[in-house]
Design a protein around this ligand. Structure first.
Ligand SMILES: [Zn+2]
Length: 258
């Protein structure tokens, strides 16, 4: 059977896009039949298609990764098996401490068995992905969510960015970030990793072959807001971004007047 959802976007890197908010699931292939599944999502049929696609490709899931603690990034499917699912220590702790609150939105989308399976994570041992594939560096930052991870497959230059560097979503700071300061620190921390990459896969949107353009666009948007200028970022025109943009304007206002 042909591959149904996952498509190869770089050697050894597959991605699928959900019907909901263009959310991406990413698969890294280790070269010996193993696959690491990052942020699988979203609807039950889409989740079920991931292990089916892996089987079609003669791959078996050897591990999972959740880039951050948000409910749409910590999903899983029984067909993927009981491989270890990794996340940052902070992500694991937040899900341990606030599981019900963090996963509450899932009742709208998933069956109780899939909700029960969500967010069962273990902390990564260090700053590289523990797998048999090419060296993959983990970069932790706090912009969009505390303990958010980006993964850089170094040789291929593929950056799995989680909910950063999207072509459809403007920067979405963590709710605790009242002045954009935390977001700015996080995106700055990410800069050298973005500069070292040749393909970016965002958590929502499409893969992009000019990762620094995405970084520049986000920085320009933030700079404009913080300087009190009107941003001409085309993403603002999407009604899905209206509330977020309004909240970011308030944050920028606080930063200027605080
Ligand atoms: Zn998120």
């Amino acid at each position: 059977m042909a591959c149904r959802r996952l498509r190869e976007v770089a050697p050894g890197v597959l991605m699928a896009t959900s019907r909901r908010y263009a959310t991406t699931s990413t698969v890294l292939v280790d070269g010996s039949g193993g696959a690491v599944v990052i942020d699988p999502n979203w609807d039950p049929d889409e989740l079920a298609a991931i292990p089916a696609d892996l089987a079609d490709l003669n791959l078996r899931c050897v591990a999972g990764v959740a880039t951050h603690e948000h409910y749409d990034h910590v999903l899983w499917h029984p067909g993927l098996g009981d491989a270890t699912r990794w996340a940052s220590e902070r992500t694991v702790r937040d899900l341990d401490d606030h599981r019900d609150r963090l996963l509450a939105p899932l009742v709208e989308y998933l069956t109780p068995d899939l909700i029960d399976l969500a967010g069962r994570l273990r902390p990564l041992p260090d700053e590289t992905l523990p797998w048999a594939g090419p060296r993959t560096r983990l970069v932790q930052h706090d912009a969009h969510a505390p303990g958010h991870l980006a993964l850089l497959v170094e040789e291929a230059g593929v950056l799995v960015a989680g909910d950063m560097l999207s072509d459809v979503e403007i920067p979405m700071p963590d709710p605790a970030d009242e002045t954009l300061d935390t977001y700015l620190s996080g995106i700055e921390r990410l800069r050298p990793t973005v500069a070292a990459s040749r393909l970016v896969i965002p958590g929502h949107g499409t893969a992009g072959e000019r990762p620094m353009d995405r970084w520049d666009a986000d920085m320009r948007y933030l700079d404009d807001l913080l300087a009190g200028r009107v941003s001409d970022d085309p993403r603002i025109g999407d009604p899905e971004n209206a509330d977020l943009h309004a909240a970011n304007l308030v944050r920028a206002d606080r930063s200027r007047n605080g």
